[in-house]
Design a protein around this ligand. Sequence first.
Ligand code: FAD
Ligand code: DHB
Length: 391
Amino acid sequence: MRTQVVIIGGGPSGLLLAQLLHGRGIDSIVLERRTRAHVLSRIRAGVLETGLLDLLEQADAGTRMRQEGMPHDGTLITYGDEAFRIDFAELTGKSVMVYGQTEVTRDLYAARDKTGGQSEFEVDEVQIEGADSDAPAVTYLQSGVRKRIACDFVAGCDGFHGISRKSIPGATQRSYEKVYPFGWLGILSETPPVSDELIYANSDRGFALCSMRNPTLSRYYIQCDAGDHIDNWSDDAFWTELKRRIPAEQAANLITGPSFEKSIAPLRSFVTEPMQWGRLFLCGDAAHIVPPTGAKGLNTAASDVHYLFSALTRWYQHNDADAVAQYSQRALARVWKAERFSWWFSKLMHRFPHHSGFDLRMQRAEIEFLRSNEAAQKAMAENYVGLPYEG
Ligand code: FAD
Ligand code: DHB
């Protein structure tokens, strides 16, 4: 087989890239390790920046998001029983869209079906050959048969545990990592959200987040121990703990019900540099991870896709090799800013086991500064709605 771009990974990064390339007449084949149903069953991110919304429109996968997504002009920050609002619309002229990653992926697969793009599922033992040559190829096993696709470029969109990053020789890579000493326990429940806007809550008992997917579906998270397990958390225990971490006014309005998804995610900051090796390019979680506070994971994956799409378009349409050579540098400039914001917001909102009395006072002083200072709120809002794609 032959195609122009082999895309490893059929998550949001891989599919978005495939559909954007299709719009410019550039062929690709998507290789996904799991079944399509499995990919669509993952519950992950929920807040989309304008940059991602525009890319979804360009990929012809934005119609349902525009109809069903919920634009949010601000968010509540609470500490104990105190609360204040960051008004994104007033501070930046922009808002964010609440629309689940599961729906984004569903819409991208529907767009791929419509255009007849090739996606292969349940592929195993994916290997990249000759990424440092002008003629790379990708081989894989499917139903016991080894297959080979010759291509011009390989896009590694296979997430944190994928093979793309590991295919780059160690001597040419440098990785940076911070593991946080806690996780997030998250649930979905068919109950109306406690508030029209998201609530990021700092409390003496740890962080909590009240989010949503639609007017009848809520998504809630609480900070938990790194080694905790979902079996330790009945629904009752979850709701009781959540109520203790949000202000009494919101706790009184919280409507509880059975959860139908419960999972624990670890918190990690991670970046690998550079994000390319020869003709292999890393996109999204394959190259970097952020702690979820601030919802930058999916959005940063999308900005990588923007830079790679624009570089590949310039290669095929204008014979421009420079753009491809500069992909990593361009993508990383924005990645590090998203890393900084997620790290800052995580530090501001969580209880760390090593916190001293002084550390706690500093955290509270910083929250109170944010509450009272418009410049600080503007900086927060600009990062939350998404920094511009530059270059
Ligand atoms: P992924 O979504 O990981 O997709 C990679 C795809 O590659 C997967 O489908 C995988 O099956 C496939 N794959 C892996 N290895 C191979 C291989 N060898 N061959 C072929 N295919 C392969 N972000 C937020 O902003 N907010 C959140 O609340 C949030 N919650 C999260 C919860 C969890 C449990 C996780 C893991 C992430 C969460 N994120 C969140 C981050 C966000 O979901 C990711 O940033 C986003 O999914 C990145 O998209 P991606 O396409 O780069 O990677
Ligand atoms: C969601 C997750 C986040 O990490 C965040 O900051 C906001 C919302 C969510 O899953 O809805």
